[in-house]
Design a protein around this ligand. Structure first.
Ligand code: GZL
Length: 334
C-alpha cells in the first residue's frame, strides 16, 4: 500500500508538522505542573500556610502580618486556620501537597507528631518553613528553617525581673502560673526559662501551674480556680497577655487589686497588654513579636529558588516596664 505521505503536497506536510509541533508544545506546557509546585507560569510562587488559629491578639497580628506581606511580595497565599487542632494542620498540609504548592509554612500548634506529614512534603519535594513555633522532630532535614522567637529567653527575662523585684523578700513569695497551650513550644520553653531564672531566689515558689490555652477565657477560668484554692497569691506569671487579661477579671472579682495585691508578668506585648501595663494593672511584659510576615515571604522565595538559608532565624525582642509601656504605646503597630 502506497504510504500516504508520498501523496501529500509539500504545503500539507509543513502544516501537519506545524500542527504536531504546536500540539507537543501545548502538551508540554499543560504538563508544566510537574510536582515542582504551583504549576504557575507567571513567576509567582504559591505558599501554603497553616495557621494555629485565632486564639489571641498575638495570633491575629501574626495572621495580618502574613497576609499583608504575601500581598506586598506578590506571593500567592493559600491560608488555613486550624482552630488550634493539630489534625486540622496535618489535613491542611496534605491539601497543600495535593495542590502542589511551591512552599509550605506553618506554626505547629504543638511540638510533637509532625514527622509523618513532613516526610510526605519532603517526598513531594516541597520545602517546609517553620514559623513562630517549632517541632521536636529529630530529623532536621524535614524543614528548611525556623523563623521565630527564643521562648526560653522570654521566660528567663520574666523570671529575672521578678528576682530583682523580690530580692528583699524575707518570706515566701507565692507564684501562680498560667501556661500556654499544653505541649506547645512557647508553653514548654517559657515555663523552663522562668523556672530556671527564679531558682536564684529560694523564696520564690510556684504554688500552682495550669494551662489557660493562651486564651482570655482560659486565663479567667484557671485564675478563678487559683484564687479559690490559694488564699495567698503574690505573683501571676501568664505565658501571654491574653491569659493575663482574662485573669484580671477574676482578680478584680475576688476583691484584689491587680498590679498591686498581685504582681502580674506576661509575654507578648500586644496593644491590650501594653495598655494594662501602662495603666498599672500589669507589672512587666517580655515582648514576643508576631510581625514575621516580611521575613517569611523572603525565606519562601529563597527556599523555592534552592538558595541556602540559616537553620534558625530569631526575631529581636525587648521587655517593658510600666513606664516603658506608657512611652511605647503610641508607636505600637499591633
Ligand atoms: C508565641 C505564640 C504564642 C503567643 C500567644 O510565638 O506562638 O501563641 O505568645 C499565641 O499569644 O497564642
Amino acid at each position: 500500500m502506497k504510504r500516504m505521505r508520498d501523496h501529500l503536497p509539500s504545503r500539507r506536510i509543513i502544516a501537519v508538522l506545524a500542527a504536531a509541533l504546536l500540539a507537543t508544545g501545548t502538551a508540554a506546557c499543560g504538563n508544566s505542573d510537574t510536582g515542582d509546585g504551583g504549576g504557575k507560569d507567571d513567576g509567582k510562587i504559591t505558599l501554603g500556610f497553616s495557621q494555629v488559629g485565632a486564639e489571641s491578639g498575638w495570633r491575629t497580628a501574626n495572621t495580618t502580618s502574613i497576609k499583608e506581606s504575601a500581598a506586598a511580595a506578590g506571593v500567592d497565599l493559600k491560608f488555613d486556620d486550624a482552630q488550634q487542632k493539630q489534625e486540622n494542620q496535618i489535613k491542611a498540609i496534605r491539601n497543600f501537597i495535593q495542590q502542589k504548592v511551591d512552599v509550605i509554612a506553618f506554626s505547629p500548634v504543638v511540638e510533637s507528631g509532625w514527622d509523618t506529614v513532613l516526610k510526605e512534603a519532603k517526598d513531594a519535594k516541597i520545602p517546609v518553613i517553620l514559623t513562630d513555633r517549632s517541632v521536636d522532630s529529630a530529623d532536621k532535614s524535614l524543614y528548611k528553617t525556623f523563623l521565630g522567637s527564643d521562648f526560653v529567653k522570654e521566660g528567663r527575662l520574666a523570671g529575672e525581673w521578678l528576682v530583682e523585684q523580690k530580692k528583699g523578700a524575707t518570706g515566701p513569695v507565692n507564684i501562680v502560673e498560667l501556661q500556654g497551650t499544653t505541649g506547645s513550644a512557647p508553653a514548654n520553653d517559657r515555663k523552663k526559662g522562668f523556672a530556671e531564672a527564679i531558682a536564684a531566689n529560694p523564696n520564690l515558689k510556684i504554688i500552682a501551674s495550669q494551662s489557660g490555652d493562651f486564651t482570655r477565657a482560659g486565663g479567667k477560668q484557671v485564675m478563678e480556680q487559683f484564687l479559690k484554692a490559694n488564699p495567698k497569691i503574690d505573683v501571676l506569671f501568664a505565658h501571654n497577655d491574653d491569659m493575663g487579661l482574662g485573669a484580671l477579671e477574676a482578680i478584680t472579682a475576688a476583691g484584689k487589686v491587680p498590679g498591686k495585691d498581685i504582681t502580674i508578668i506576661t509575654v507578648d506585648a500586644v496593644k491590650d497588654g501594653m495598655q494594662a501595663l501602662a495603666d498599672g494593672r500589669f507589672n512587666f511584659i517580655a515582648e514576643c513579636s508576631p510581625l514575621l510576615g516580611p521575613q517569611l515571604m523572603d525565606l519562601a522565595k529563597k527556599v523555592h529558588n534552592g538558595e541556602e538559608v540559616p537553620a534558625r532565624i530569631e526575631t529581636q525582642e525587648t521587655t517593658f516596664t510600666q513606664e516603658q509601656a506608657k512611652a511605647a504605646l503610641p508607636e505600637r503597630k499591633y
